[in-house]
Structures are given as structure tokens and as C-alpha cells.
Design a protein around this ligand. Structure first.
Ligand code: GLC
Ligand code: CA
Length: 546
């Protein structure tokens, strides 16, 4: 059995983490500079989002060369130093492998466009039907998913941006190239891999979708399992101490079980996003709706139990570079900033799975609340500004939506201290710093023993110390409560009791069998555990007994 159940991953968006060469863009040396901070937090593994050569149409998720570092982030020497310095601190590196598509600037695609049949077969080039694209599938970034190429009178598939061409995994030569890339980075000392939208790599059939946007023809198709097993066998599976996670788009428990069961030799764990759609009105992201707490609870319980019963493993997370800040989203970033940030952290860190912390989450960084389109950088947000405008929404309505949903909320520079640009850079940053940086920053957090930062360090320490957190069975509790998300973890006679009030109102709860519990962690001064308990606003407590 591989040992990753006591580990915690920290996600870094290098562009916004720390700039060391005075160009307003974060870089690899910036990550190296902050390793002691990350060690202090307790991170075991650092997931870096892509920093490979890329035209940056999708901030690096459009890779031009999987072997070369984009000079704006540094050099191979810088990377080797980072790997070395991290290893000295017992921290591993997890690279982001964007294998569903390449940039259209990639040399394979360029050769394909030049008519080389070997490389044309690396992608999906298909004939249209009656001057229409081969299928009616929609791109995830808007519009049809096929782009016409006049020279061939054919279309190529792009499930994302038109500059992100889907790779044809049916072709064994593509699969060989993918394994080669993973092996290259393994040899350089990389021990973790995150696979971007990896459940989309097999396209089962090219048919029009009359009930949806095409997803069912390319999501979680059976061959994904074969491809992952093969990749595992030919690359990371040969090494003992790797950790792998797959990002799964619009997936199901059943499929995530297949991907993450150790005996299947595919991946160690999966990300799913269902719990981050509970504030989408009619499943549409660019809307405003208070989050549906009951649905959130139900999803957590279903995924925890489903994955446990089938022997799979979840990645646990609230935040990433694609999601707004959780304290602004399901917490309260004003009056109960500290309490709610801690409560949200506890509620997922004590579950069964591997927790991921996104940079700044440990400080309670909030949404950006930009008020002008000029402040936005993300292509998806800017596109949607115009789409919503066309739909007739007023500017005020549109800004309210962007302030709550834009990916840029997560991408503002890391707030290190109260000096110029939050200590991120001495030059104008590529994206504006959040104006609350004078209060919310790492320097302040490190000085304050009661800070959100130290709450995260405690959560990480608890995971390492208590086997029940790593291995225990998950049992939902107080399922009917409209305010409290509670559960037990059980391993033999060891029990963990976790209570989280998700609201600024007090919550009265009834508990049974509370004898012998001791308090391990809370975001309030201790109150004795009673059968009839009143949880304070956003209160969260973790109790333990043996
Ligand atoms: C993943 C990434 C996202 C990117 C997309 C296409 O969802 O997290 O940032 O836009 O894949 O590669
Ligand atoms: Ca820089």
C-alpha cells in the first residue's frame, strides 16, 4: 500500500506567488524563496500549475513544449534548485500534465498543419457534414468545438480554446509521447503528477448530441481506464513514492472509483467539482445564488461514503486557480472572516481523502471584488462579460456576477506583507493585488498565534498524528440539520467527532454518546461537550476519543 494518506498538498499558481526578478510575474525562484514558509505550514507536496513554454492563451494550460520551462518563470537550473531545496525539506513536487490537448503552437500540431500524416494522426481532423462541423459539440469556453482548416477541408477538435487542440489518444504514438514526458520529469526528481481534465482523453464516438453539448461522447469513456493503466505501467507506476491525482470533469462516483482504486493501477485519487456547483442557478455558472447547504452536505456524504465503500480515494479541496475564494463564497469574509475560514478548513480536512490547500487560502484570502473590466485578466471572465452584456444585463449586475464567479478571484498576488504590492513584487503585478493586503497577509498571520494560518498547521499535524483521520471510516451525523455539517470518523475504538456550523446564527444540536471525548481543535474558546449543544456563529470543533 502506498503511503499518501497522511499527506497534504499545497497548490501554487507560480504567476501569482512571488516575483524575484522584478517583472511583476511570479517565478520558480519565488517558490524556492518561500520554501521555509511552506515547510512551516506543513505542506508535504507542492502542486505547481503549468510553467512550460506556452503562448499563455489559457495561462499555461496550452502547452507548446512539455520539456522546456517558459523563460518568464525561470530556467531548468532554477527548477533543479527548487526540486533540490524542496527535497532537503522533505517536500515533493507535483507537476501539472496537460495531456488532453496541446497548444496549436506545439510542433506536433504545426507538423500536422503542414500535412505530415504521422502528426495529423496525433489530433482529430475530421470531414464536416454539409459545410457544417463534424458534430454539434460545444467547446467548454463557448462556441462550437471544431475549427475549420481550409487547406484540408477538414476540422480539428478543441474541447477548450481554439488554440488548444485535442490529442488523439487512440494513437499509440501519442500515448508513448505522454509516457516519455512523465518519465523525463520523474528522472529529474518530480514525485507527483496532476493530470488535467484526464477523463476527457477518450472520444467514444463522433455523433451529434441532441440532448446536451456533447459531453457524454467524450467524458469518462471506458478507454480512459485502459489509457491510464498503460501510462501508469510505462511511467509513474514504476516508482514507489509517487502521488497522482486526476482532474475529472463532470464525472461520477462510479467512474472515480475505477480511476482511484489502488488495485486498478491507474491513479491515486481524483478531483471532482460537484460540491462547487451548489451556488449555480440552473447549473449555470454565470449566475448569482446563495449556496444550497443541504445539497452541499448531501454531495459530501454521497462522495465520502461512495468512495469509501468502493475502495477509492478523494482529493479534498475548496479552492484552486479556477474557483473563487471559499471564505467569500461559503463563509463570511467580513464579520466572521477568521471563524468561517477556520471552520471551512476543518470541515474538509477531517474527511477521508487527501486535502489540497490553494495559495493564500491559509491566510483567508478573499475574492478580489474588481469593479472595472480592465482589472480582469482571465479570458473566460472577459468573454462572459460580453456574453452577459448581450443578454441584456446591466453593468452592475454583471460586475456582481464576476465578483462572485471569476477565476481571477483566485489569481490575485499572494499577500506576503503590508509593503508595496503585498510584498509580491516591487513592480506593477500582472494582475492587481487585493486591497485588503495590509490586513490579510502572511507576515501578520505568522505573528498571531490565533491566526487562520496556525489553524491550518494544526489540521495538518492532526492528520499526521491520528490514524483515524488517515484511515477511519466516514459516518455522517445530524443529516437533517439545516445549519450544521457533522460527521464521525471511526477506526476500531478510535473515534473522531467533527461539528461545523456553516452560518452566522447559533445552531442548537442534539448529540448522543458523547462520553470520554476530548477537544482537539476549535475556532472558539473551549466549551464543554454536552448532549444539547449550541454552536456559535461558524463554530467548528473536533473531538477525539480512544
Ligand atoms: C483545467 C484547468 C483549467 C484549464 C482547463 C483546460 O480545468 O484547471 O485552468 O482552463 O483545464 O486545460
Ligand atoms: Ca518574475
Amino acid at each position: 500500500m502506498k503511503n499518501f494518506k497522511d499527506k497534504v498538498v499545497y497548490q501554487i499558481y507560480p504567476k501569482s506567488f512571488k516575483d524575484t526578478n522584478h517583472d511583476g510575474i511570479g517565478d520558480l525562484n519565488g517558490v524556492t524563496e518561500k520554501l521555509d514558509y511552506l515547510k512551516k505550514l506543513g505542506a508535504d507536496m507542492l502542486w505547481l500549475t503549468p510553467f512550460f513554454i506556452s503562448p499563455q492563451n489559457d495561462n499555461g494550460y496550452d502547452v507548446e513544449n512539455y520539456y522546456e520551462i517558459d523563460p518568464r518563470y525561470g530556467t531548468l537550473e532554477d527548477l533543479k534548485r527548487l526540486i533540490h531545496e524542496a527535497k532537503k525539506r522533505d517536500i515533493g513536487l507535483m507537476f501539472d500534465m496537460v495531456f488532453n490537448h496541446t497548444s496549436t503552437h506545439h510542433e506536433w500540431f504545426k507538423k500536422a498543419m503542414a500535412g505530415d500524416p504521422y502528426y495529423k494522426d496525433f489530433y482529430f481532423f475530421k470531414k464536416g457534414k454539409d459545410h457544417q462541423p463534424p458534430t454539434n459539440w460545444e467547446s467548454k469556453f463557448g462556441g462550437n468545438a471544431w475549427e475549420y482548416v481550409e487547406a484540408f477541408d477538414e476540422y480539428y477538435l478543441h474541447l477548450f480554446d481554439v488554440t488548444q487542440a485535442d490529442l488523439n489518444w487512440e494513437n499509440p504514438n501519442v500515448r508513448k509521447e505522454m509516457a516519455k514526458i512523465v518519465n523525463y520529469w520523474l528522472e529529474l526528481g518530480v514525485t507527483g503528477f496532476r493530470f488535467d481534465v484526464i477523463n476527457l482523453i477518450s472520444k467514444e464516438s463522433f455523433e451529434d448530441d441532441f440532448t446536451g453539448v456533447g459531453k457524454r461522447f467524450y467524458t469518462d469513456c471506458k478507454k480512459v481506464n485502459d489509457y491510464l493503466r498503460e501510462l501508469n505501467e510505462h511511467s509513474f507506476g514504476r516508482c514507489q513514492h509517487t502521488m497522482t491525482v486526476g482532474e475529472m470533469s463532470a464525472t461520477t462516483i462510479e467512474n472515480c472509483l475505477r480511476y482511484s482504486k489502488q488495485e486498478n493501477h491507474e491513479l491515486d485519487m481524483t478531483f471532482n467539482f460537484h460540491h462547487l456547483k451548489v451556488d449555480y442557478l440552473n447549473k449555470e455558472k454565470w449566475t448569482l445564488m446563495p449556496f444550497d447547504f443541504k445539497e452541499l452536505k448531501q454531495l459530501f456524504n454521497d462522495w465520502q461514503i461512495g468512495m469509501q465503500e468502493g475502495g477509492g480515494w478523494n482529493a479534498l479541496f475548496w479552492c484552486c486557480h479556477d474557483q473563487p475564494r471559499i471564505v467569500s463564497r461559503f463563509g463570511n469574509d467580513q464579520e466572521y472572516h477568521r471563524e468561517s475560514a477556520k471552520m471551512l478548513a476543518t470541515s474538509i480536512h477531517m474527511m477521508r481523502g487527501t486535502p489540497y490547500i490553494y495559495q493564500g487560502e491559509e491566510l483567508g484570502m478573499t475574492n478580489a471584488y474588481f469593479t472595472d473590466l480592465k482589472q480582469y485578466r482571465d479570458v473566460e471572465s472577459i468573454n462572459h462579460f460580453h456574453i452577459l452584456k448581450k443578454q441584456g444585463l446591466s453593468d452592475d449586475e454583471i460586475y456582481a456576477i464576476l465578483q462572485s464567479k471569476s477565476r481571477d478571484n483566485a489569481r490575485t498576488p499572494m499577500q506576503w506583507d503590508h509593503t508595496l504590492n503585498a510584498g509580491f513584487s516591487d513592480q506593477t503585478p500582472w494582475i492587481e493585488v487585493n486591497s485588503n493586503y495590509t490586513k490579510i497577509n502572511a507576515e501578520e498571520a505568522l505573528k498571531d498565534p490565533n491566526s487562520i494560518f496556525y489553524h491550518y498547521t494544526k489540521l495538518i499535524q492532526l492528520r499526521k498524528q491520528y490514524s483515524v483521520i488517515q484511515e477511519g471510516e466516514y459516518i455522517p451525523l445530524l443529516e437533517d440539520s439545516d445549519q450544521v455539517f457533522a460527521y464521525l470518523r471511526r477506526l476500531g475504538s478510535k473515534m473522531l467527532l467533527v461539528l461545523n456550523n456553516f452560518y452566522p446564527q447559533e445552531a442548537a444540536i442534539q448529540l448522543e454518546d458523547i462520553a470520554d471525548y476530548e477537544l482537539l481543535l476549535s475556532n472558539y474558546p473551549e466549551q464543554p461537550l454536552k448532549q444539547e449543544l449550541i454552536l456559535r456563529p461558524y463554530e467548528s470543533c473536533v473531538y477525539y476519543r480512544e
